[in-house]
Write a protein that binds this ligand. Sequence first.
Ligand code: HEC
Length: 130
Amino acid sequence: MSIRAMPLAVLLVITAGLAACDKVEQLQFQKVTFTEDVYPIMQKHCAECHVAGQQGAVASGFLMESYESVMKGSRFGPVIAPGSAISSSLYIMVAGKADLTISMPHGKDPLSAEEIETIRVWIENGAIEN
Ligand code: HEC
């Protein structure tokens, strides 16, 4: 079947699919680092509540002060499972996959799709200190 013969709806679905893949692939091939990509997102959206003495840190024990403290997690244990974003409570909470009452950042605008994807790719790549 030639492209011309495809119903318009099919073409539109294919195009939308390709565009979505493109964005993900760009990030996967682009090097995502903790220092230059992930940590600045945490500083911008999370640190105000997750440094010593602030509400997020006091309530959960989760500090975002360094790579070590991010990997240590909260008083309930790690919030990042290296290699699996979907098993990482931190990712689930920022990606809008958790109940709104526990979504992060608490009571603030959600992260952009690109910021969420940056965190996902970093975790999938092993959540290393790069
Ligand atoms: C306005 C304050 C605030 C901001 C901003 C904030 N948090 Fe939180 N965070 C909290 C509070 C409070 C808790 C304690 C749990 C609760 O009450 O939901 C918490 C708990 C958490 C936990 C759960 C730890 C556990 O295992 O119990 C994670 C993970 C987390 N935050 C990640 C983030 C991330 C990532 C960001 C930035 C995208 C962020 N938070 C921004 C206030 C905040």
